[in-house]
Design a protein. Structure first.
Length: 247
């Protein structure tokens, strides 16, 4: 396949799926990974697509390079987040050891938790506060404190997280696609989410429907490694990869 034909095939694939990995594009074109990466570089320079880690996204798709502050995120998609959070809170059982990250939807879970003997661990400052206000057992991860999300990240937070095994982890994401997985704007956040997921028996991603099709710079982990709780069913590409619950 000539370079022009590969470019057409790549752009056609992105038009249909909004995002595609290098591996996917190799299968579509029959080219090597090195060739596809060169093609993506050339098309990105021409302004025809956006490169992301491990692949590319359609230029008119939504690519997030920065995370909004928590005060902004709290005001977005409130009814959807409420439904998701309420459903997720109902999954907590007395014998659970639970990790909650600092995401805005995850934090809303605290408003719906019933009295329980479950143990909670979180890196979210506000999340820890509301758990404590409800008389629940809570441990807060130390580490560098991020101003925009009021959550701890970095080496200290990761070291503390390695001391736990969880029955359930509830996490948020800035974006999710079947190809790129769960993504967030910053690598430190992605690393912490990935470790929390790896140490949990069951992983639940709380993502409202606005997150589907978005891609952020840092990949946390693939879609198939978690169950999704959302407010509206996405396309079949997601249901083929993992379990989806519509709250």
């Amino acid at each position: 396949m000539l370079a022009e034909q590969r470019a057409e095939a790549i752009l056609r694939e992105l038009a249909e799926r909004r995002a595609a990995s290098v591996t996917d594009l190799c299968q579509v074109t029959g080219a090597s990974e090195a060739t596809i990466r060169r093609d993506l570089n050339a098309l990105a320079k021409q302004g025809k697509l956006s490169k992301v880690h491990g692949g590319a996204v359609q230029l008119n798709g939504e690519f997030l390079s920065e995370e909004p502050e928590m005060s902004v995120k709290r005001g977005l998609h409130i009814p959807e987040k409420e439904r998701i959070a309420q459903y997720a809170a109902g999954l907590i059982e007395d014998d659970d050891i639970v990790f909650l990250d600092g995401g805005s939807t995850v934090m809303r879970m605290t408003e719906h938790l019933k009295p329980t003997r479950a143990l909670f661990v979180t890196n979210g400052v506000e999340c820890a506060f509301w758990l404590l206000e409800r008389g629940l057992r809570v441990y807060m991860l130390g580490g560098a404190l991020k101003r925009d999300t009021a959550s701890t990240v970095g080496a200290e937070a990761m070291d503390a997280l390695r001391r736990y095994n969880f029955t359930k982890a509830f996490l948020g994401a800035g974006g999710v696609t079947a190809e790129q997985g769960f993504t967030v704007p910053e690598p430190e956040d992605a690393a912490l989410k990935a470790l929390a997921a790896a140490r949990a028996r069951r992983v639940y991603m709380l993502v409202d429907s606005s997150k589907f099709g978005r891609v952020c710079a840092a990949v946390a982990f693939p879609v198939e490694e978690a169950n999704i709780i959302t407010d509206r069913a996405p396309g079949p590409a997601y249901s083929e990869c993992t379990g989806i619950t519509v709250a």
